[in-house]
Design a protein around this ligand. Sequence first.
Ligand SMILES: [Zn+2]
Length: 309
Amino acid sequence: MFRTRLALGAVITAAALALAGCAGHTSGASSWHASGSGSAPGDGGQGGGDQGAHPYVGASTAAAAAKPSATASASPSAPASTPASTPASPPASASTSPSTSTTLPAPGGDGIIRTTGSDAVALTFDDGPGPDTPKILQMLRAQGIKATFCLIGVNVQEYPQYVQQIVQDGHTLCNHTWKHDESLGKKSADTIRNDLQRTSDEIHKAVPNAPIKYFRHPGGNFTPLAVQIASELGMESIGWSVDPFDWNTKKWSGQQMTNHIVSNVRNNTKPGSIVLSHDGGGDRSATVAAYKTLLPELKAKFTLVALPV
Ligand SMILES: [Zn+2]
């Protein structure tokens, strides 16, 4: 497991980042969430808004404003991107593995990972696969960028060939539940377990034996029980630290949405960010257009990684 490779310093860094994330979490909900459909998420929270747009739209929550202010100061102590400066690693083999792509911070007290724990940036695409997934994949391929895809079971059932392409291209898989039930985490343990297992089983019908190491609760509405069950099924729970709200097609559309996504991701992504966007769950043409601009920019500024498996 990659976590065993973490140096003590990195663990401390991770803990600091997690705390920063938690602090941001409580103030994360954007005010316009409330101006959506008015549907309450039903949990104290910050989720919600806009569920009516389409069934898979994730109410984006939590870490929207969780900008890990500690990131900048933490970076120097994070696993070095230069192999030469890893004095703590005993075996020679350590120098052969790029630390930026093989380590994640230990999760915070809530069990959720929201940053990469290094200078690397992770792009994550949710709610697919869908009709726009091949366009995202083509752009990533053209730029030589690896990312992480959080898949919905019913969409895997509909587009298994895109799941195969995702894996062939070397991206990381994440379980995003069977049909994007935003309150799944509040249901019984059996219900949660069956949902996650069914989703992973459907993914494995398309790509037998492909690792599914990550779980992201719809809407970011993680509960301790959901996190625990995901862990029992071998999955880490991942949140995010940058969210351009590309799912909110009620708020923006067309070129306006594209511009919004570009500026939001451009302005908020920093070393260690996990960026949330959507390749599925609706018309993602604005997201596709935005990443046409963003991918070369991000690639020039950051090391872009798939979450390690
Ligand atoms: Zn989602």
